[in-house]
Ligand binder design. Structure first.
Ligand code: AMP
Length: 536
């Protein structure tokens, strides 16, 4: 029986409408800039986003949408997409951000599985809409974010409302957004975020140990709004009153110019985004933009990338997370010993994946029994598990929980935890190579290989070996104009990794397969080389 009374503070549900109300009230005139696919630029502000979100919520109700039902968006980063993040949640709906790069069968599966009722899309994706329309039987309404050449335009659709609307009042644990994650096997799985989990994640995301946001931040997020809730930036940014600069195209020349013209201080994206930016600047013979901070995540940030950004005076925040973790798990930033470290040591530390932000807990367990907890000694690697209020409990419509009874969710990643809490990711459980009973990190091998100036991309997989069970084989795409040889790559690797980790073979390929989210698909690579034989 309860013996204690509750405390005496106010109770206010943590719901997304509270964030946009705050942004409109406290940072109402802070700009939201959008650079569209046709090259035009439009400007609104947080007050304008709220006004449009109210109209959108009204328009969704007018279509007959009920709280809890799903609205799909297939769109790049721009202000109208941002409006949808608040408009859908504001009427109690659930926004399903669809990744347009998924394959047709996956697109059919996720839209049907989510039972999306409305699909709002960029005109650039009209060919996908035309192709998929007959297969998306749940979708009753199509709306286009751009001019309505084929269907009603977003502006006309919300423009028909007066915006006299009261946000839907519900429980803070109601769902607000769903993102599907396409694993390497089976159908994609839906991760349904709640208002509360999203708010807690965004509050944590603003802090200095994460995105380090303030009202003077000008953020250009390259991470798409359709991938892993765009790392929660649209919410954390609203809380802090950040100026956002969105680009509906990911061309480095466009991004570069926008960064200079709009005084961008912060940006966030996967490593390939920075790679493309480096190549652009090298080709043009110009400097990198003077960013204060760059968040890199989604895949490991290679050493040369970290080094170059840091030499540019940019603070590199290397972050690790997953769709299942909302997504922020860890973020790197200066530690208490920072000032005593050499530049090289700072780079080494930044190449690791950072430390857990308040709210989440990490641990590693033995890869063989997946239960024995391992020491945080900076040496022992194991299967990475995570728990916390914005970590998945169960996939959408699944019959069983994805996390165990104590809340631990198995990430499928393999890593080392250092005594100061820094996570060092070494592999995926499915990709780690077991040679003569010892583990070899395929990711570390790849990272070392891409540091060679002649290598554009590298992927390492374990191939069957009659004596050692598995040995690493490195697949390499040469940079344009390079004629780097296998022997030169081995020589480059020698000082960087243990001798017995050196790949048994280096194979040159024209391309390496990628998943729809741009990650190397080891499964497809293994399939492609299914008949590959290593010599004993
Ligand atoms: P997704 O759910 O598509 O965002 O993929 C999540 C996966 O991306 C994680 O489980 C990791 O394998 C990988 N990943 C994310 N961030 C990093 C990082 N900073 N370094 C290495 N791998 C990462």
């Amino acid at each position: 029986m309860r013996t204690q009374t509750l405390g005496e503070m106010q109770s206010q549900a943590l719901r997304i409408n509270g964030v946009i109300d705050h942004a409109a009230r406290e940072s109402g005139n802070r700009e939201i800039v959008s650079r569209w696919a046709d090259g035009s630029i439009t400007r609104t502000n947080w007050a304008g986003i709220r006004e449009d979100a109210l109209k959108m919520a009204q328009a969704l109700e007018a279509l007959g949408l009920k709280p809890g039902e799903r609205v799909a968006s297939m769109a790049m980063n721009h202000s109208r997409h941002l409006v949808s993040w608040y408009g859908v949640a504001g009427m109690g709906g659930v926004l399903h951000t669809v990744n347009p790069r998924l394959f047709d069968d996956q697109l059919e599966y996720i839209v049907s599985h989510a039972e999306d009722k409305v699909m709002i899309y960029d005109a650039a994706f009209q060919p996908i809409i035309d192709k998929m329309k007959d297969r998306w039987t749940s979708v009753e309404h199509y709306i286009c974010y751009d001019s309505g050449e084929h269907t009603q335009s977003f502006e006309d659709w919300i423009g028909a409302q007066d915006g006299d609307y009261e946000w839907f009042i519900g429980d803070e644990r109601d769902p607000c957004m769903i993102c599907y994650t396409s694993g390497t096997t089976g159908n994609p799985k839906g991760v349904q975020y709640e208002h509360r989990s999203t708010m807690l994640h965004a509050i944590a995301g603003m802090q200095p140990a994460a995105f380090n946001f303030s009202s003077s931040s000008v953020m250009l997020p390259v991470v798409p709004m359709f991938h892993a809730a765009s790392w929660g930036l649209p919410y954390a940014g609203a809380m802090a009153g950040v100026k956002f600069v969105f680009s509906a195209v990911n061309d480095p020349a466009v991004l570069h110019q926008l960064m200079l013209d709009e005084g961008v201080t912060d940006s966030a994206g996967v490593p390939t985004v920075w790679l493309a930016h480096f190549q652009y600047c090298d080709k043009e013979g110009i400097d990198l933009p003077p960013l204060k901070a760059a968040t890199i995540g989604g895949s490991a940030a290679p050493r040369f990338m970290v080094e170059r950004l840091m030499k540019n005076g940019t603070r590199v925040q290397h972050a690790w997370g997953m769709t299942e973790t909302s997504p922020i798990g860890t973020v790197g930033g200066p530690t208490s010993d920072w000032d005593n470290l050499t530049f090289e040591e700072k780079v080494t530390k930044t190449c690791m994946q950072g430390r857990p932000i308040y709210g989440v807990q990490l641990r590693t367990v033995d890869l063989d029994d997946m239960a024995t907890e391992l020491p945080r000694d900076g040496k022992t690697s194991g299967a990475l598990q995570i728990r916390g209020p914005w970590i998945i409990k169960r996939y959408f419509k699944a019959e069983q929980d994805a996390a165990n009874e104590e809340g631990w969710f198995d990430t499928g990643d393999v890593g080392i935890i250092h005594p100061d809490g820094t996570l060092q990711l070494t592999d995926r459980t499915k990709d780690v190579i077991k040679s003569g009973g010892e583990w070899i990190s395929s990711v570390e091998l790849e990272n070392a290989a891409v540091g060679h100036p002649g290598v554009a991309e590298a992927a390492c997989v374990g191939m069957f070996h009659p004596k050692w069970d598995e040995r690493p084989v490195l697949f390499v795409v040469r940079k344009e104009g390079s004629d780097v040889t296998s022997g030169e790559i081995i020589e480059h690797l020698k000082p960087l990794i243990a001798k017995w980790w050196l790949p048994d073979a280096v194979e040159f390929v024209d391309d390496i397969p990628h998943t729809a989210t741009g990650k190397i698909s080891k499964k497809d690579l293994r399939d492609r080389f299914a008949d590959y034989k290593l010599e004993a």
